[in-house]
Design a protein around this ligand. Structure first.
Ligand code: HEC
Length: 374
């Protein structure tokens, strides 16, 4: 009997994934066969629901290569995840010595990150470090290897792959970060057609874990993790390889909508009109003068901020203040970022009040961002 697994070739840990599947199903008396696909093509997201079901219905019982955020596990409808078989995530990488905690890096240390990956958000909580944004992971790693920056925050398996390819180059040290949304579970994804195979896989992983073989199969890309294998992950928030490479914007929030609550007035009308000018000169070319979206996504309405997106003002402000305007992130003045946030709030139906929104308030505001405009 055979388990067929789709493996994302663009994942640096593709071989590890195959080894785990092969070993896990073998413990249950099954053999494994692999179908390879490339999850890296820009604009061709294999993880869209439609493409996912195409993979499973035509070929595979299990799909590997799409980790889930430990803190926000949400899968698209109809897609389930196995129990986590390993854990990895975003790591702090340094050149000459084992990485300290983020908070121990010297004041003003520049830290390289890849454009629009989760670590862009970590600067918000660590004012001692400054972001040095690169178009992709390799570019950020090169900057570190050449000593242009002292540290980087990147997807750990990519760092492993880089150090293997550049074995003779400068030694890099890395450790997984303990930041919100830095830790990711490795899971096998499946739909209704893969339930039986997933059961075989889960049982097998449980045996590998119990016998101590799992850690060796995962090394050096991932670790066993401290979470039990018993329960399958809840529906999860998944980032495709595609998004690691391009850098996925990871939407971060713990704030729950309080239904029926009236939107609070957290900015002033004057500030929103100043924000409109900032927007027209710096943002409208990509997001549209009416915020309807052009090359950048809409910043107004249900597509942008519906209750189920579960955004707080600080989440979206974190993105816009550290990653926007795309191409030259972080180049506006703090008061311009606050003003443009005020304008976005106004356009999404929030009332103006007596006080302007400060940069510091926007950074920490847990006010839910739920648009009341269409
Ligand atoms: C060169 C084009 C460009 C410019 C200029 C630009 N953006 Fe963006 N923006 C993007 C793209 C593309 C994305 C989506 C990135 C992704 O999802 O990977 C984005 C995403 C965003 C998001 C996150 C939206 C969401 O739903 O997650 C916000 C907020 C945002 N931009 C605000 C702004 C603001 C405010 C400005 C001006 C200060 C600005 N952008 C300027 C292209 C641009």
């Amino acid at each position: 009997m055979e388990v067929v697994a789709c493996i994302d070739q663009s994942s640096p840990a593709a071989t590890m994934d195959m080894n785990v599947v092969r070993a896990a199903v073998a413990t249950q008396g099954y053999s494994a066969r692999f179908e390879k696909f490339d999850g890296s093509g820009v604009g061709d997201d294999p993880y869209s629901e439609k493409n996912f079901h195409k993979l499973t219905s035509s070929r595979c019982q299990l799909v590997l290569g799409f980790p889930v955020d430990v803190q926000a596990p949400l899968l698209p409808t109809g897609v389930k995840g196995s129990a986590p078989y390993g854990q990895t995530g975003f790591a702090l990488v340094t050149r000459d010595h084992a990485p300290p905690e983020l908070s121990q890096l010297a004041e003003g240390t520049e830290v390289a990150v890849a454009y629009e990956t989760a670590p862009n958000l970590f600067f918000e909580h660590h004012t001692n470090i400054q972001s040095d944004v690169h178009p992709d992971n390799d570019d950020a790693l090169d900057a570190l290897a050449k000593g242009k920056v002292k540290a980087a925050m990147l997807w750990a398996p990519i760092v492993v792959q880089y150090t293997q390819r550049h074995a003779k180059g400068h030694k890099l040290f890395f450790a997984l970060l303990n930041e919100p949304h830095a830790r990711w579970d490795l899971v096998a994804l499946y739909d209704d057609s893969g339930v039986a195979a997933a059961e075989v896989f889960d049982k097998g992983v449980g045996e590998l874990r119990a016998s101590g073989r799992l850690a060796a199969l995962l090394a050096p890309y991932a670790v066993v993790g401290d979470r039990p294998t018993a329960s399958a992950v809840k529906p999860a928030n998944v980032v495709s390889r595609n998004e690691y490479n391009r850098g996925g914007l990871i939407k971060v929030s713990n704030t729950k909508k309080k239904s029926g609550a009236k939107a609070p007035a957290i900015y002033s009308a004057e500030q929103a009109s100043a924000g409109q000018q900032v927007f027209m000169s710096n943002c409208s070319m990509c997001h549209g003068a009416d915020l309807g979206g052009i090359t950048g996504p809409a910043l107004k309405g249900q597509k942008f901020a519906s209750a189920k997106d579960d955004f707080a003002v600080s989440d979206i402000f974190g993105i816009l203040s550290t990653q926007m305007p795309a191409g030259r992130p972080g180049t506006l003045k703090p008061e311009e970022y606050a003003a443009v946030m005020a304008f976005i709030l106004q356009q999404n139906g929030y009332p103006a009040g007596p006080n302007a929104l400060t940069y510091a308030q926007a950074q920490t505001s847990k006010v839910p961002l739920i648009s009341s405009s269409k």
